[in-house]
Design a protein around this ligand. Structure first.
Ligand code: ADP
Length: 484
C-alpha cells in the first residue's frame, strides 16, 4: 500500500495525546480482505489501557468543555479540512483494510468529513430556553451542557464515517471521548486521530483504544462510572449486551443496530428508477450496510419485469479488489461473512427459492461472493428475518398495498425502508404506515449529514446527523432562580 503521507499509517494507539503500545506489548494484524495480506498491526489493548484512556478523557474534559463553541469549531474545521486534504490516502487505507471499491472509499471520506463540518457549526447553536415561571419571584432558565466523557464503539463497514458521526457532535458539544474501533478496521481510526492531533485537538480529548479483545475493553467502557454515555453502532446482539452492561451505572446509550430493510416496488413505480435505487441500496459496500435493502418486495404486476431488469444491471457489476480499476463490488469483510451469506442462500434454496443470477462464491476466491438475486422468496426463509450483510437480493411477491405494508413491518427491526410508487395518496399512506426511522421514497440512498439517521424498534435508540444529532451529547439543566 502506497500512501502519499506514510505518517497516516500507525502501529500504535492514541491515548492522552501519546502514541502507545499495549502494556504487555501485544498486537494483532490487520489484513486486506481482498487477498488476506497483512496491512499493518496495532496494539491489542485491554482494560488497564482503557481505564487510562477514560482517565485522560476525564482530565481533559473541564478545559475542553470550558472553551467557547466557536473555539472548538475552529479546531474541528481544521480537522475537517485535513481529512479532505488527505482524501486519497484515507481512501486507499480504507479500501485496503476494509475492501470497498476505491470510488466508494473516496465517497466515504467526504461523507465522513461532512459530519465534522456540520457539527462544528451546530455546536454554536446549542440554545437553551427561558420559561415563563410559575411564581412572580422566580425565573426559570434551561441550559444544555456537554454530557461528559463519551465512549464510542464502532463497526468496520464505514470505518471513518461511523467514527466522525459520533466524534463530530460529541466534541462540538464539549464532550471528550474514548473510541474503540472495530478490530477489522483500526487503521482508519488511527489515521483520523493523526489528523485530529495535527488540527490542534488537545491531548486527552479524543482517545483511540485498539483491541482484539472487544468484550474486555467494552466491559471497562460500560462499567466505568466516569463514562456518562455510550454511543454504539453494530449488531443488535452486541447492542443489547452493551445496553445491559450500561444499566449498572445508568449511562445514556445511543444505539445504531441492525436492520432488515424492505424495498417495496409497487405496480405504478418508475421501473428504471426502482432498479437503479435497488442497485444502489443493495449492492453498495457489497451489501454490508445496515440500511441495505434486505428484502425486495415487488408487486405481482411488475415482478417479472423488475426481476429481469435487475438481473441485467447485476450482470454488469464488476467484482474485484477495491483498489483495482473500475470495480463496483469488493470482497466481503472476512471468511465468516462469506460463510453466513452462503448459509442463508442455501436455506432459501432448500425451501424453494430460485437463483436468478450469482448464487455462489466468486471465481476470484477468498472473500469474494457473486452479486446474487433469488426469486420466489417467502417469509419462512431465513433471509426474510435475518440481516444478510452481503450482495444477495431476495425477491418477494405481493399483491396489495396492505399486504406489502404488513410484510414490510413484520420484523423486530425498524431502521430504513424504501418504496417506489407514483400515486401521491399511496405515497403518503405507505410512508406513514412503515414502522421505520428512515424511509426512502423513490430514492435508494438516504444517508447525509443533514438528516437524522436512526432506527425504531430493535434497530436502536437515538439519532445521528442533523440538528437532532447533537441532542444525544448534551444534558438539559433547569435553573430555578428564586427570591427575585
Ligand atoms: P458486526 O457484525 O458488524 O461485526 P459487531 O456488533 O460484532 O457487529 O461489532 C461492532 C463493534 O462492536 C466492533 O467494534 C466490535 O469489536 C464491537 N464488539 C463486539 N462484541 C463486543 C462486546 N462484547 N463488547 C464490546 N464491543 C463489542
Amino acid at each position: 500500500m502506497q500512501l502519499n503521507d506514510p505518517g497516516l499509517l500507525r502501529a500504535q494507539a492514541y491515548i492522552d495525546g501519546q502514541w502507545l503500545a499495549a502494556d504487555d506489548g501485544g498486537s494483532f494484524d490487520v489484513t486486506n480482505p481482498a487477498d488476506g495480506s497483512r496491512v499493518g498491526s496495532v496494539p491489542d489493548m485491554g482494560a488497564a489501557e482503557t481505564r487510562r484512556a477514560i482517565a485522560a478523557a476525564d482530565a481533559a474534559l473541564p478545559a475542553w468543555r470550558a472553551r467557547t463553541a466557536k473555539e472548538r469549531a475552529a479546531i474541528l474545521r481544521r480537522w475537517y479540512e485535513l481529512i479532505l486534504a488527505n482524501q486519497e490516502d484515507l481512501a486507499v487505507l480504507m479500501s485496503t483494510e476494509q475492501g470497498k471499491p476505491l470510488a466508494e472509499a473516496r465517497g466515504e471520506v467526504v461523507y465522513g468529513a461532512s459530519f465534522i463540518e456540520w457539527f462544528a457549526e451546530e455546536g454554536k447553536r446549542i440554545y437553551g430556553d427561558v420559561i415563563p415561571s410559575h411564581g412572580a419571584d422566580k425565573r426559570i432558565v434551561v441550559v444544555k451542557q456537554a454530557i461528559g466523557v463519551v465512549a464510542a464503539i464502532t463497526p468496520w463497514n464505514f470505518p471513518i464515517a461511523m467514527i466522525t458521526r459520533k466524534a463530530g457532535p460529541a466534541l462540538a458539544a464539549g464532550c471528550t471521548m474514548v473510541i474503540k474501533p472495530a478490530e477489522d478496521t483500526p487503521l482508519c481510526a488511527l489515521a483520523l486521530a493523526v489528523l485530529a492531533e495535527r488540527a490542534g485537538l488537545p491531548a486527552g480529548v479524543l482517545n483511540i483504544v485498539t483491541t482484539n479483545r472487544a468484550p474486555e475493553v467494552g466491559g471497562e467502557l460500560t462499567a466505568n462510572p466516569v463514562v456518562r454515555k455510550l454511543s454504539f453502532t453494530g449488531s443488535t446482539a452486541v447492542g443489547k449486551l452493551l445496553m445491559r452492561q450500561c444499566a449498572g451505572t445508568v449511562k445514556k446509550v445511543a444505539l445504531e443496530l441492525g436492520g432488515n430493510a424492505p424495498f417495496i416496488v409497487f405496480d405504478d413505480a418508475d421501473l428504471d428508477a426502482a432498479v437503479a435505487g435497488a442497485m444502489a441500496s443493495k449492492y453498495r459496500n457489497a451489501g454490508q450496510t445496515c440500511v441495505c435493502a434486505n428484502r425486495l418486495l415487488v408487486q405481482d404486476g411488475i415482478y417479472d419485469a423488475f426481476a429481469a431488469k435487475l438481473a441485467e444491471a447485476v450482470a454488469r457489476l464488476k467484482v474485484g479488489p477495491g483498489l483495482s480499476g473500475e470495480v463496483q463490488q469488493g470482497p466481503l469483510i472476512n471468511a465468516d461473512a462469506v460463510a453466513k451469506v452462503e448459509e442463508l442462500l442455501a436455506d432459501a434454496v432448500d425451501k424453494g427459492a430460485q437463483v436468478l443470477c450469482g448464487g455462489k462464491r466468486h471465481a476470484l476466491g477468498g472473500n469474494f461472493y457473486e452479486p446474487t438475486i433469488v426469486t420466489g422468496v417467502t417469509a419462512q426463509m431465513r433471509v426474510a428475518r435475518e440481516e444478510i450483510f452481503g450482495p444477495v437480493a431476495p425477491l418477494f411477491r405481493f399483491h396489495s398495498e396492505e399486504e406489502a405494508v404488513r410484510m414490510a413491518n413484520d420484523t423486530e427491526f425498524g431502521l430504513a425502508a424504501y418504496f417506489y410508487a407514483r400515486d401521491i395518496a399511496r405515497v403518503w399512506r405507505v410512508a406513514e404506515a412503515l414502522e421505520y426511522g428512515i424511509v426512502g421514497i423513490n430514492e435508494g440512498i438516504i444517508s447525509t449529514e443533514v438528516a437524522p439517521f436512526g432506527g425504531v424498534k430493535e434497530s436502536g435508540i437515538g439519532r445521528e446527523g442533523s440538528r437532532y444529532g447533537i441532542d444525544d451529547f448534551v444534558e438539559i439543566k433547569y435553573l430555578c432562580m428564586g427570591g427575585i
